[in-house]
Design a binder for this molecule. Structure first.
Ligand code: ADP
Ligand code: MG
Length: 255
């Protein structure tokens, strides 16, 4: 790890209707590190990830990725909403892997991976297809390039989804409960790919209930509840010896 800050969120607030879902949330993520975000259902984890790549706007606070403001530009001392074209660029900085794999059902594994680089980034086809094949090999699916999502297991689909995120050459990847829709016997193969990525130095924010993964791989664990960060620290603290009672109760309930 370089010590360079990749993600900085400061004082982020977000309401839906009259309900404040994120209440003054701050988080720092160092380049090349793994941050595991844990917390009860409804605590705002998904909303926070969506704010990080501007699938949601924020009501207050700022988010910076690799030193640049997300979703807003500073003009004459004021923050103004970015143009749609710039937001699209911002969004490409962070890959996203969802609980439900969200692959295009009528495209093969290879086509799913190549889609973004070809049609969003408009990169040369030969290069994109070569890289897509390399990515399939990296997630252990070199022989399934021509398979359609329905012909793949959930674990294989999720590995294609990870390859698809990587194909856009993101600065970081956001994982939103990537294994919680999988049959238990398929969880390991997806976690193995994620561990490999982490070892290769990818910056990752992972919302997960897999506390074993968090214990082995996280540089920091962030426990969120009711839209605030309750406790942040290394896994040995947050999972092993929590300071806050709420963390302790949550960790005990998951194990
Ligand atoms: P988590 O991922 O931790 O389970 P979420 O971020 O999905 O939590 O949700 C936090 C709260 O925000 C929940 O109460 C949820 O119902 C609410 N919420 C999330 N998205 C929306 C939305 N688009 N409109 C209204 N309420 C929402
Ligand atoms: Mg969620």
């Amino acid at each position: 790890m370089s010590g360079t800050v990749m993600v900085e969120a400061r004082g982020v607030r977000k309401s839906f209707g009259g309900t404040e879902v994120l209440k003054d949330l701050s988080l720092t993520v160092v380049e090349g590190s793994v941050t595991c975000l844990i917390g009860p259902s409804g605590s705002g984890k998904t909303t926070f990830l969506r704010c990080l790549n501007r699938l949601e706007t924020v009501d207050a606070g700022i988010i910076m990725i690799d030193g640049a403001l997300v979703g807003v530009d500073q003009r004459g001392g004021r923050l103004v909403e970015q143009r749609e074209r710039d937001i699209a660029k911002t969004r490409q900085q962070s890959g996203m892997v969802f609980q439900r794999f969200n692959l295009f059902p009528h495209r093969t594994a290879l086509e799913n991976i190549a889609e973004g680089p070809l049609f969003v980034q408009k990169r040369p086809k030969a290069e994109v297809l070569r890289e897509a094949r390399e990515l399939l090999a990296r997630v252990g699916l070199a022989d399934r390039a021509d398979a359609y999502p329905q012909e793949l297991s959930g674990g294989q689909q999720q590995r294609v989804a990870i390859a698809r995120a990587l194909a856009m050459k993101p600065k970081l990847i956001l994982f939103d409960e990537p294994t919680s829709a999988l049959d238990p016997e398929l969880v390991g193969e997806v976690l193995a790919v994620m561990k490999q990525l982490a070892r290769e130095g990818m910056t990752m924010i992972v919302v997960t209930h897999e506390l074993g993964f968090a214990r082995d791989m996280a540089d920091q664990v962030v426990f969120m509840a009711d839209g605030v960060v309750v406790e942040t620290g290394p896994p040995a603290q947050v999972l092993g010896n929590p300071i806050e009672t709420r963390t302790r109760e949550f960790v005990a309930s998951v194990i």
